[in-house]
Design a protein. Structure first.
Length: 203
């Protein structure tokens, strides 16, 4: 796309290390626009997004404070593809609108737009380049179980509900291998940071 700010979409499978990599880019000076954070903001109490979720799935998905019960929501949608698509139809337009607003107003030497479900998202059409954080499915599963304390079966369903590793890599302009130690990952980020600054200067 043509823009006065160079934008890179950062994506990867669940528990691949996207947040860690994004933070590394942020430490080097990139502006971070995180659609996971935006996704939480658009379902805060009082928002249209939360009301649409309650209207579609019922009030049982609210906790005692009137907040979205995210673990309950996750269990529901990852067990049922039709439900997951219903949720995405509610969330995605709201997320895109806010992400676009931030992209237009936040500036920076370049922007990293963190989009976990990029394969399925129209946001891929709003960026200049795509970087995929990649790791083996075995490591992905291990990290997911450690992070969420779910069952092996639940974790595998969550991985299977997303685009495949092959689909993500097919979109990639750049790949960060995140199977090894943190210093190895940091070195890859530093190389890409220099490349993105160079590409941004050419706009």
């Amino acid at each position: 796309m043509t823009s006065d700010v160079f934008r890179v979409a950062l994506t990867g499978g669940i528990a691949s290390g996207k947040s860690t990599v994004a933070d590394m880019f942020g430490e080097l000076g990139a502006v971070l626009i995180d659609t996971d954070i935006i996704a939480r903001e658009v379902v805060q109490p009082g928002t249209r997004g939360l009301q649409d979720i309650v209207d579609t799935f019922g009030p049982g998905l609210l906790d005692a404070d009137g907040m979205l019960d995210r673990p309950a929501m996750r269990r529901l949608v990852f067990a049922d593809d039709a439900r997951r698509k219903q949720l995405e139809a509610i969330l995605h337009p709201n997320i895109r609108q806010e992400a676009d607003r931030q992209m237009q107003t936040r500036g920076g030497p370049y922007q990293i737009v963190i989009v976990p479900l990029l394969v399925e998202s129209p946001l891929k059409d709003l960026v200049d380049r795509i970087v995929v954080v990649d790791c083996s499915e075995e490591i992905q599963l291990e990290r997911l179980l450690a992070r969420d304390s779910g069952t092996n079966d639940q974790a595998r369903r969550m991985i299977a509900a997303q685009a495949s590793r092959e689909e993500r890599l097919a979109l990639a302009d750049d790949v960060i291998e995140n199977d090894e130690d943190i210093d190895n990952t940091r070195g890859q980020v530093a190389i890409l940071h220099a490349r993105y600054l160079s590409l941004a200067s050419a706009i």
